[in-house]
Design a protein around this ligand. Structure first.
Ligand code: COA
Length: 162
């Protein structure tokens, strides 16, 4: 059984991420969408919120599982017996960073493979920080994220006192 991980910050998950995950889930028996918890990084959403949004986004996909991890990605793969890292490519500008990360992960764990899935052209400009900015300043994001993300953004920007 071939199992892969699609790791990321997912702060929040976007339709671009969902597109990559759907295509990966069609290739592998099981896909784990795993949310990175980096204690040194400042996120808009807590890991529980990012997890809840991703769970909601993938609820209709029987072979997509949502998880989270702290630490090195290759350690997580070994612990969970996952063989492949899936990453999305939106533009050439993603490539250099992704290439270096893939080489570093191979250095750390030669048995692990990284594969890249090219996004759809309509998502090539999308990023989580763009979503956060557009929403915060009143722009429309309906075509860019699932409805549960819009609900969480509303709560964060208009209901929370923090
Ligand atoms: N659609 C939409 N947006 C996408 C996207 C896609 N297909 N692919 C990437 N992005 C965006 C994200 O939204 C995010 O946008 P933002 O910076 O504006 O918020 C950005 O690209 C990068 O996000 P992400 O894919 O989450 O990458 P990351 O750099 O935050 O995390 C990890 C990548 C988790 C895989 C990496 O940091 C990791 O493995 N960390 C664990 C520690 C480790 O092992 N380090 C050694 C690795 S060499």
């Amino acid at each position: 059984m071939k199992r892969a991980v699609y790791p990321g910050s997912f702060d929040p998950i976007t339709n671009g991420h969902i597109y990559i995950a759907e295509r990966a889930a069609a290739i592998f028996d099981e896909l784990w969408v795993s949310i990175l918890v980096n204690p040194q990084k400042h996120y808009l959403f807590s890991v529980e919120e990012r997890y809840a949004m991703a769970r909601d986004a993938f609820s209709a996909f029987p072979n997509i599982r949502v998880d989270h991890f702290t630490g090195l990605l290759v350690d997580y793969l070994r612990q969970q017996d996952l063989q492949v890292i899936v990453r999305g490519l939106r533009a050439m500008s993603d490539f250099e960073y992704e290439f270096q990360m893939a080489l570093m992960n191979r250095q750390l764990a030669p048995e692990v493979e990284t594969i890249f899935i090219v996004t759809d052209a309509k998502y090539s400009y999308l990023s989580s920080s763009a979503i956060r900015d557009i929403f915060q300043f009143g722009g429309s994001i309906e075509s860019m994220v699932p409805p549960c993300v819009i609900r969480h953004l509303h709560r964060r920007f208009f209901s929370d006192s923090q």
